[in-house]
Design a binder for this molecule. Structure first.
Ligand code: PXP
Length: 246
């Protein structure tokens, strides 16, 4: 399975916004499961889905349907709440990425405040790890957050690329350097670094070229492009750009 090829930069496709369009009319179309099947057929390495507390896109029943429909690993993005923990333990996704949903859980850059939330996160991380789920924290590229991830004992961090994606001019190089430095720091400390948020055809390559990164999770742009070119072509193009950058 492509997800297990060592050294390859994996592409996880976030299919939340297929569900956003479905939910706009409250019915079953377009079905995120069909998107997951297309991602699998076209060589994507994983499916990422965020079950939000307000269920604004992915719904509870989507999780089991996605798991049943493809062999790709499911990366469940979740808030660190009792409700989401119970759902994760029931579905046992391959991975769970803990993300902030409330303002007070966020760092200034928008990632999870793993440093400030240690006592709240520790039992959630522990329960997920005990269940054999690969836990990731979605954090800003900031050394304090990497140190906090180390203290929490997570095997993976996902570095938030939103600041990089939104930066222009010289600022972009500054934000890129933060992601590159934190990927190196994480890897040096035995944590597998991933990255995601706001990545597009135009900005993905400098991120994909960071050698320590093992996985990118990309959603909104791919679903947007899929409207014009189809999801298959969009995933293929992103894959090509990632491969070219390595
Ligand atoms: N990674 C994480 C942890 C996310 O929460 C999201 C969605 O915000 C993404 C990646 C994908 O971001 P985007 O939809 O901007 O590509």
């Amino acid at each position: 399975m492509s997800a297990l090829v060592p050294g390859r930069l994996r592409l996880g496709v976030n299919i939340d916004h297929v569900a956003t369009i479905r939910n706009a009319r409250g019915g079953d179309h377009p079905d995120p499961v069909r998107a997951a099947q297309i991602v699998a057929a076209v060589g994507g390495d994983g499916i990422t889905a965020h079950l939000r507390e307000d269920r604004r896109h992915i719904r509870d029943d989507d999780l089991a349907r996605i798991q049943a429909a493809t062999d790709l690993p499911l990366n469940l993005e979740m808030a660190a709440t009792d409700e989401m923990l119970e759902i994760a333990l029931r579905h046992k996704p391959h991975a769970a990425c803990i993300v902030p949903e409330k303002r007070e859980e966020r760092t200034t850059e928008g990632g999870l405040d793993a440093a400030g939330q240690h006592n709240h996160l520790a039992p959630v991380v522990g329960r997920l790890l005990d269940a054999g789920i690969r836990v990731s924290l979605f954090i800003a590229p900031d050394p304090r957050q990497i140190e906090a991830a180390l203290r929490l004992g997570v095997p993976v961090v996902e570095l938030h690329t939103g600041e990089y994606a939104h930066a222009t001019g010289d600022e972009r190089a500054v934000e890129l350097r933060k992601v590159a430095d934190m990927a190196a720091l994480a890897a040096k400390n035995g944590i597998e670094p991933h990255a995601g948020h706001g990545l597009t055809y135009e900005n993905v390559q400098p991120i994909a070229a960071i050698p320590q990164l093992a996985e990118l999770n990309i959603g909104h742009y791919l679903v947007g492009e899929a409207i014009f070119t189809g999801l298959e072509a969009a995933v293929r193009r992103m894959r090509e750009l990632m491969d070219e950058a390595r």
